[in-house]
Design a protein around this ligand. Sequence first.
Ligand SMILES: [Zn+2]
Length: 307
Amino acid sequence: MRRERGQVSFASHWGRSVATRAARQQTTFARQVSKQGIGLHTGAPCGVHLGPAEADAGVVFVSDGVVVPAATDHVVGTERATTLGSGTATIGGVEHLLAVLWAMEVDNGRVEVEGPEIPACDGSAAEWVALVRKAGRRKLSAATGEVKLTEAVWVGSGDSWAVAAPAARLAVGVAVEYVGTAAGRQTLWMPLSSRRFAAEIAPARTFCLQQEYEGLLAAGLARGGGAGNAFVVEANGYSKPLRFPDEVVRHKALDVIGDISLCGRRLAAHIIAVRPNHRLNVELARALRAAWQEIPRQGWSQGEMTR
Ligand SMILES: [Zn+2]
């Protein structure tokens, strides 16, 4: 056990943590698509243009001409949303779009951003699923590999913790507890496929707790949150009809998937997050990245791992 950066109190992995196996050909968008909207936190107009990128480029955001790769090294904020940045450019609220790209297996793409945030849409990732389907996917000639853990990677802080455990396939488990609210205790366990993600995770909307809501407004956050893109969890109910009885934990799973994608590789692992938040999720992504950076490039099996 050792101390990690920030407020995370432990982050552990033991020995050689990863191996790789061939998965499939890399993909990118087949055509360009765009979407306009407003930011959840700033309420400012914003937009994105999704377009193709070359093999091994990964997902890159472009803001005011500055290229910001979707990677843990470029995370500059985790307060209520995940913000990427480089130099003077910052892009808030990247996690829902990133979750869709990861779950729907778009490996490489260029995301041109207008404004300070990614559009909040209806607070869920459903519109991003529709947009990515509209863009379509094109196969590239290079292969992509999948990281298969051989040891668990574990991070935690206080009563929040997350572990990535060795497994044959990617699955996500999340547990949340909001004492004294309608949400109470909720758990979710799901082997991840693009079909299940689109149907069961992507439609779950952003929420906040009643007691947080006034504070958020006072702090200048959630200005866009009154416009139909979030719901409030109250003591005995919700501010809007729910899409799923456990919409709260499903949305948390969406955030976990988007943040973990910042590790930059496809994973075969069981990810379990208890009382997660963006900071914890990003720390797990960082710990995963640290685990495989210990292995020299030539250690990847026969070039299967191409990015
Ligand atoms: Zn979210």
